[in-house]
Design a protein around this ligand. Sequence first.
Ligand code: SAM
Length: 225
Amino acid sequence: MELKNIVPWGRSFNEYKSMFSLTNTDLNKKILGCADGPASFNAELTERGGSVVSVDPVYQFDSLQIRSRIDDVYPHIMSEVKKNTDDYIWKDIPNIEALGKTRMNSMEAFLDDYEAGKKDRRYIKASLPILPFEDQALDLALCSHYLFLYSEHIDEALHIASMLELCRVAQEVRVYPLVSLDGSISKYLDVVISSLKNKGMDVSLQDVAYQFQNSASQMLVVKCV
Ligand SMILES: C[S@@+](CC[C@H](N)C(=O)[O-])C[C@H]1O[C@@H](n2cnc3c(N)ncnc32)[C@H](O)[C@@H]1O
């Protein structure tokens, strides 16, 4: 992974709470945030006393490198969203200015926490489909805006291997969203569900309160054990 190829974009604790319907009981579990990038979920949950570890290949870079890349790509991402405003529901995030502020606040909170969090092993450089944890080391794994969303870049085999790996390390896995970048349900959702069910796992689709990308109203929940 080269710095010039990464596009850092991070969501907040409240967004994770809403995307994954996290209850107070959930938030007291040992949580893995997979593909967390510059989201502030880890920083904010740690501040609240929670137990969370994030993995992402981007954690091979230091805070200065990630910050400079955020500054480089931010105007481009914002102009892309502006061109495609009809792809989003402007309710909880009312407008483009609020979106920019929300994302930058999250990424600033991440950057403020990042170097200390790396020393505490809360930010670990790793990539699906291989995670550096013992079997069932975590209670709950969350994967936001990576699997299914990038269905044009991640193939079927990698989707299935990644989901099985998440289920190897956590008792329960939740993934959001289930749509790809064009807003249609991922072409891999059915085959992933069948593969997990064939392994005897309990798989369901659950409505979530979070609303931003059109049609992204459900998460995948897998009870792995
Ligand atoms: C769109 S960002 C989502 C960030 C965060 N989860 C959020 O919702 O705000 C996608 C993230 O997936 C990470 N990623 C890319 N390839 C990965 C892999 N093989 N395993 C885990 N994460 C990966 C990227 O580095 C990036 O940080």
